[in-house]
Design a protein around this ligand. Structure first.
Ligand code: ADP
Ligand code: MG
Length: 253
């Protein structure tokens, strides 16, 4: 998928992470992180546990504030708070390891909540759109079911549909298959491969290296709060440049 067109040189990146530092108390967990992501690009983020992958995603989505640096989406810096934040947060949809569906709402109810409240869609518009998105993730027949009636893989596909319903400019995935039984992993990865083929801009934290090889335009390797390597997926897997990446791959592959 490296052949998909990326933004031309005159266009600013869709996501620009520049010189970001993040502290929790006295502990620095992101060190001068910079990364530009073009519209339509798929970036897979890998690295050992505790290297800052989740924190980076959460900063892009403004679930965490950054200590210094800038993060812009489509040229707009993320504000610290307020109504504008809710709208801009919706520009960066996030899918978590634990699907986080609302247990008391139907599947369709989960998908329409955000579009109605944050995007200002009418219920009818939101439901129409929600049903189309459920069909897209292969769950058209589950609209009236409740989350507990679905398998983990199905729930995660609903979570992806819910994120898409907000019409995000970029989708962030934080280990979307890590909580799934092995037989359910592929059905979720297949949805991601489909989104990639349609040109969705995505940042995906995952340990699924086969998927990374197949779907990533670029691989970002993090260690100890720093981006240690950024390379095309082909280059990264064929010839990682650092000792730490070689060591990480030897343990995970
Ligand atoms: P990863 O996702 O790569 O496993 P994280 O981003 O979750 O890494 O964590 C990076 C570092 O930040 C770890 O040392 C972790 O303990 C620390 N950390 C994460 N969240 C918090 C928090 N809310 N408060 C304090 N420390 C945190
Ligand atoms: Mg994490």
């Amino acid at each position: 998928m490296g052949s998909r067109p990326h933004s031309g040189e005159s266009r600013p990146p869709l996501v620009r992470i520049a010189g970001v530092n993040k502290y929790f108390g006295d502990t620095q967990v992101l060190h001068d992180v910079s990364l530009d992501i073009a519209a339509g690009e798929v970036v897979v983020v890998i690295g050992p546990s505790g290297s800052g992958k989740s924190t980076l995603c959460r900063c892009v989505n403004r679930l965490e504030t950054i200590s210094s640096g800038t993060i812009t989406i489509d040229g707009v810096p993320l504000p610290a708070e307020g109504r504008a934040l809710a709208r801009l947060r919706a520009d960066a949809g996030m899918v978590f390891q634990s699907f986080n569906l609302f247990a008391h709402l139907t599947i369709l109810g989960n998908i329409t909540l955000g579009p109605v409240r944050v995007r200002g869609l009418s219920r009818a518009e939101a439901e129409d759109r929600g049903l189309r998105l459920l069909a897209r993730v292969g769950l058209a027949d589950k609209a009236d079911a409740y989350p507990a009636q679905l398998s983990g893989g199905q729930q995660q596909r609903v979570a992806i549909a819910r994120a898409l319903a907000m019409d995000p400019k970029v989708l962030l995935f934080d280990e979307p298959t890590s909580a799934l039984d092995p037989e359910m992993i592929q059905e979720v990865l297949d949805v991601l491969v489909g989104l990639a083929a349609e040109g969705m801009t995505m940042i995906i934290v995952t340990h699924e290296m086969g998927f990374a090889r197949q779907a990533a335009d670029r691989v970002v390797f993090m260690d100890d709060g720093r981006i240690v390597e950024i390379a095309t997926a082909a280059d990264f897997f064929a010839s990682p440049q650092t000792e730490r990446a070689v060591d990480f791959l030897s343990r995970i592959l």
